[in-house]
Write a protein that binds this ligand. Structure first.
Ligand code: FAD
Ligand code: SF4
Length: 327
């Protein structure tokens, strides 16, 4: 599958990038590591007139500790840099664990945290070549007006399938979004829409520049568990992140989030809250798993059945809660 022609824009500063977006925003795709965007462009899912290659903007790269204020991660920081950061591993282990499961080492060298947060949603009927999609009459997410997964519906249910966002949600992360009108800082939990078609709140002229992890989220125990077809290199088909702090053998605080089973990654607030103040045992971990499975709404967007993926949310949540309470 060949790439259609496009013009490459190569800004050296964030300001220059915003200038390009202000001028060509609607006709442009932002290119970070390109590990998801380029295959999608080959499949003609995106045919932008311009690709804004942000890889040479040094100010968007790096992990910077902010004493007393947590840590700031540039959107262009590679997943390998996150996985290998001793500081993040010590203080925000759920994030390094989730980053280490993305794709393969080579793709983690290229892939960025900003690209992982902004990752397009996925579906069996969408991540296909143009010929394949044309043969099926297209669908709502691209070029058509029907949904093969939920016939008769008007909403796209493609699943958000990034690994780091559930970990970031557990850490109460915020992101900085910059456009020609200035910068805004939003909680990551507010960034996703829950609609597989327009899955994120980002205008064509905007760029995600930084991720912030608050100091209050540091030093929680963290566990990430993921279901995938090929263990060495695959998107999640169900994923669960758990963070937990304990005091005197009881859970002082806990948060649970999941990915790949809804059009947005999401916190399962009930499941986290039900742990607080209690000592973790099999029954409690199982109850948290039940609550998470009730929130998961997988449909036939992937090679594995929705029933199995929902069941694995239950199993992984239980295992992750037990693991977080024991390590
Ligand atoms: C074989 C294979 C397996 C994979 N397995 C996994 C997996 O297991 N888990 C997983 O999470 N992902 C997986 N991926 C997807 C991808 O590699 C990662 O999600 C990666 O983190 C994407 O980052 P990137 O920098 O390459 O993004 P890109 O491909 O450059 O961009 C992805 C999207 O984000 C947008 N974007 C990128 N940066 C910004 C920014 N700063 N501001 C605004 N928009 C931005 C782009 O325009 C594009 O829409 C896989 C990919 C392949 C090819
Ligand atoms: S969920 Fe429906 S509309 Fe969305 S990508 Fe799949 S088939 Fe298309």
């Amino acid at each position: 599958m060949s790439l259609a022609q496009f013009k490459l824009l190569r800004p050296r500063t964030a300001e220059e990038a915003i200038g390009y977006l202000a001028k060509h925003g609607g006709k442009t795709r932002i290119l970070a590591g390109g590990t998801d965007l380029i295959p999608s462009m080959r499949q003609k899912l995106f045919e932008p007139e311009y690709a804004l290659d942000i890889r040479h903007i040094a100010e968007l790269r790096g992990i910077r500790m902010q004493p007393g204020n947590g840590v700031e991660i540039g959107a262009l920081t590679s997943l390998t840099a996150i996985e290998r950061s001793g500081f993040l591993r010590r203080h925000y282990p759920v994030l390094t664990e989730a980053a280490a499961t993305v794709a393969s080492p080579l793709l983690r060298n290229m892939g960025t945290i900003g690209g992982n947060i902004c990752l397009d949603t996925r579906c069996l009927w969408y991540n296909q070549s143009l010929t394949w999609r044309k043969g099926c009459g297209f669908c709502i997410k691209k070029d058509g007006n029907l949904c093969h997964v939920a016939p008769g519906g008007t909403k796209c249910w493609a699943a958000f399938s990034g690994d780091t966002p559930p970990a970031l949600l557990c850490l109460n992360a915020e992101i900085e979004i910059v456009g020609s009108g200035g910068a805004r800082r939003v909680a990551l939990r507010e960034f996703y829409t829950g609609d597989g078609e327009n899955y994120r709140k980002l205008l064509p002229g905007e760029l995600v520049t930084r991720v912030f992890l608050p100091a209050e989220s540091a030093d929680y125990r963290g566990v990430y568990r993921k279901l995938r077809v090929r263990g060495s290199i695959d998107y999640p088909l169900a994923g669960v992140a758990v963070v937990m702090k304990r005091a005197n053998g009881h859970v002082a605080d806990a948060r649970i989030a999941m990915t790949a089973v809804n059009p947005a990654p999401m916190l399962v607030e009930r499941a986290g809250e039900m742990l607080i103040g209690k000592a973790v045992d099999e029954a409690l971990a199982e109850a948290a798993g039940d609550a998470a499975a009730r929130t998961a709404k997988p449909l036939t967007t992937s090679a594995l059945t929705p029933e199995y993926r929902r069941e694995m949310i239950r199993v992984f949540t239980k295992r992750a809660v037990l693991a977080a309470a024991s390590n």
